[in-house]
Design a protein around this ligand. Structure first.
Ligand SMILES: Nc1ncnc2c1ncn2[C@@H]1O[C@H](COP(=O)(O)OP(=O)(O)OP(=O)(O)O)[C@@H](O)[C@H]1O
Ligand SMILES: [Mg+2]
Length: 341
């Protein structure tokens, strides 16, 4: 057995005849903050439910801290789970909400008080301990849910889109809060989101899922700069993605040569809008749309290669709809994709 803290081995998860996750392999180190990222329905929640023990795998194995927990019941795994709807007890104070699980385990007196107080403090709610959930903001309630899970000292804390019903500003605050609590306590955390910005900002490593499998695992920098597939490239904002055939770009009606041959092993190439050079180059396009986005201006071009998205500094002279522009897709800037599909 490897010395990984949490290991999923060839995990297949199904609801009746519907296979939601297939042959998933994933290894997580102690103290890591891992984000599961992917489109709706790709199997994120299903994977989390299996780790928590709420869904029995059709096949495969889960080990945690050296023990096979594949068939261990949810309440014996010591895995914490925080969902998007965090369902606090409305009639109990913050303190009693956080104390609830410990009391169930028979923990009382000084130990109970110490742990509950420390946990409430760690999420910045020390002065709110006597309030009830209805007297708290959404973000504060969210933090109570976090404290309630953390106080159990879980081996792994699973968070399934815990920030998705907060407004933009609170989300940012809670994101920082989560990261701080995680670094301070060293708890191993798996965090589900379908917001790539959130995953990039928070995680030590990102697992990009698609159709019940893993597309790519890497650091935020890897995922952002070196997507391996067309799907991941598009997902992290490379909006100009092409398949390669014989070193040429495969467009809908022809193969197009670049200024230099594409890398041998690449199955595709991808460019972010800001990597497209506008105003010079071997290709021509017609401006179909333009929009101003603060410090940059975005263009949508109709071109023989298909639609191209470009982004230039807003200080540059602007181009009107209908204008014909030269452009280039510089090979040196492109991300080479090892899979195109
Ligand atoms: N109880 C269920 N019974 C049958 N199929 C289900 C059930 N729950 C989920 N599924 C299916 O399993 C697949 C994965 O669902 P899952 O909830 O894991 O997706 P997700 O990645 O969490 O998506 P979202 O981002 O929308 O929450 C989907 O195709 C879904 O329809
Ligand atoms: Mg989900």
């Amino acid at each position: 057995m490897s010395d990984a803290y949490l290991q999923l081995d060839k995990l297949t998860l199904a609801y009746g005849d519907t296979v939601a996750v297939k042959d998933l392999d994933l290894t997580i180190e102690k103290g890591e903050l891992v984000a599961l990222l992917g489109p709706s329905g790709c199997g994120k929640t299903t994977t989390m439910r299996s780790i928590a023990g709420l869904l029995n795998p059709a096949s495969g194995r889960i080990t945690l801290d050296g023990a096979d927990i594949t068939r261990v019941s949810a309440n014996k795994r010591n895995v914490g789970l925080v969902f998007q709807s965090y369902a606090l007890f409305p009639h109990l104070t913050v303190y009693e909400n956080v104390a609830f699980g410990l009391r169930l385990k028979g923990i009382n007196g000084r130990e109970l008080d110490d742990r509950v107080t420390a946990s409430i403090k760690s999420v910045g709610l020390a002065s709110f301990a006597a309030r009830k959930p209805g007297e708290l903001s959404g973000g504060q309630q969210q933090r109570v849910a976090l404290a309630r899970s953390m106080v159990m000292e879980p081996k792994v804390l699973l968070l399934d889109e815990p920030l998705s019903n907060l407004d933009a500003r609170l989300r940012l605050e809670m994101r920082a809060e989560l990261q701080r609590v995680q670094k301070e306590t060293g708890v191993t955390m798996i965090f589900v989101t379908h917001d790539q910005i959130e995953a990039l900002a928070l995680a030590d490593r990102i697992v990009v899922m698609l159709d019940g499998g893993i597309e790519q695992i890497g650091t935020p920098e890897d995922i952002y700069n070196k997507p391996v597939s067309a799907f991941v490239a598009d997902f992290v904002g490379f909006e100009n993605v092409f398949a390669l055939e014989n070193g040429k770009l495969a467009t809908s009606n022809s193969l197009v040569e670049l200024s230099a041959p594409a890398p041998q092993a690449a199955k595709g190439l991808a460019w972010r809008p800001r990597m497209v050079i506008l105003g010079s180059g071997p290709f021509q396009g017609t401006v179909r749309g333009t929009s101003f986005a603060g410090n940059v201006r975005e263009y949508l071009l109709d071109t023989p290669l298909g639609p191209i998205k470009a982004e230039v500094d807003a200080a540059e002279p602007s181009h009107a709809i209908g204008a014909t522009l030269a452009f280039d897709l510089p090979l040196a800037a492109a991300a080479p994709l090892s899979r195109y599909r």
